[in-house]
Design a protein around this ligand. Structure first.
Ligand code: NAI
Length: 338
């Protein structure tokens, strides 16, 4: 079966790392037909909106998209094109695996996953200023929005992910000791959901600050972490730091019917067009997508080849201490496939 997937090469280093990823996917004969679409500056330069309707229709139709980083022009109406995409398709789950690629770091063989709620919390952006006397910005106020519906679907997603991927434990991370209503609701709902899975998956609950410390002291105690939007944002970057940095950080944004896979890093305008960008973040995102499409074996082959190439250290990009171009790095990964 051939899957049709929307491909958005993106801006800056996006087109270069996208071509590198396609090279590796071709080498494993991934049964994917690409429906190429524009977004971001690339769309604007071609005379379209930043997020063209055609692109939205394509994702709607194909249900899966692999996306390069998009530059959000300053002051262009959107707060962020990425946020607009998440909102449009109600991509409520941000799944960020952190798995050690580069050996010799502080820890070996970390393998954990952070499932972050992607639509609620403080990042819902419900905020305003309150003026006092002559100061229009005397006070700024923000609302942490947590719903039973949103909490239930994200915690369920984390447990279902754990079951499907043979994981053993889900840790719910919260701050209910201080934020009794918002975080309390998230925790209450989490406990209810966890009961349905108690025969299959261990459940634990932890406070966010203690979790941040525990992640650094002993990351092996974690398997799947589920948390609200802002805590997930912070903890997932922390976890990425434990396994080799943002160059190796992929993310899946998942909704009920649609999923968009991308690298965590941005369009890196400072190195765009120089063939030096590390393609591994987007390659790992493609692996997450293969996994979703039921092509896990190909994803694992790519993972092993990438790790071999990185460990050999001869044909890697400058951020990993090498001198290879993006395309040479991808060719080396393809050559290292088993
Ligand atoms: P960035 O992640 O693009 O760059 C930060 C630093 O990391 C830069 O020094 C860059 O050269 C380096 N870097 C990033 N990816 C790299 C790679 N694959 N290989 C080697 N080095 C890499 O973050 P920045 O500069 O804050 O954002 C630039 C643009 O990207 C902004 O317009 C921002 O809105 C956008 N952005 C888009 C994202 C997305 O589409 N998902 C995510 C984050 C930022």
């Amino acid at each position: 079966m051939v899957h049709t997937v929307t491909l958005i090469p993106g801006d800056g280093i996006g087109p270069g790392i996208t071509e590198a990823v396609l090279q590796v996917l071709d080498a494993v004969n991934a049964p994917i037909e690409w429906d190429r679409q524009l977004a971001g500056l690339a769309a604007r330069d071609a005379g379209h909106d930043l997020l063209p309707q055609e692109t939205l229709d394509s994702i709607e139709r194909n249900r899966y998209a692999l996306k390069g980083p998009l530059t959000t022009p300053v002051g262009a109406g959107f707060r962020s094109i990425n946020v607009a995409l998440r909102k449009h398709f109600d991509l409520f789950a941000n799944v960020r695996p952190a798995r050690t690629v580069v050996p010799g770091g502080r820890y070996e063989d970390i393998d954990l996953v952070i499932v972050r709620e992607n639509t609620e919390g403080l990042y819902a952006g419900i905020e305003h200023y309150i003026g006092m006397r002559n100061d229009p910005k005397a006070v700024a106020e923000s609302v942490m929005l947590i719903t039973r519906y949103g909490s239930e679907r994200i915690v369920r997603h984390a447990f279902d992910y754990a079951v499907e991927h043979g994981r053993k434990k889900v840790t719910l991370v919260h701050k209910a000791n201080i934020l009794k209503c918002t975080q309390g609701l998230f925790l209450d709902v989490g406990r209810e959901v966890a009961r349905h899975y108690r025969d299959a998956i261990e459940f634990e609950e932890r406070i966010v600050d203690a979790t941040a410390m525990a992640l650094v002291l002993d990351p092996y105690q974690f398997d799947v972490i589920v948390t609200e939007n802002m805590f997930g944002d912070i903890l997932s970057d922390q976890a990425a730091g434990l396994v080799g940095g943002l160059g190796f950080a992929p993310g899946a944004n998942i909704g009920k019917d649609t999923a968009i896979f991308e690298a965590v890093h941005g369009s890196a305008p400072d190195i765009a067009g120089r063939n030096v960008a590390n393609p591994c973040g987007l390659l790992l995102a493609a692996c997450l997508m293969l996994d979703h499409l039921g092509l896990s074996e190909r994803a694992e082959r790519i993972w092993r080849a990438m790790r071999r190439t990185v460990i050999a250290g001869e044909t890697v990009t400058p951020d990993l201490g090498g001198t290879a171009g993006t395309d040479e790095f991808a060719a080396a990964i393809a050559a290292n496939l088993d």
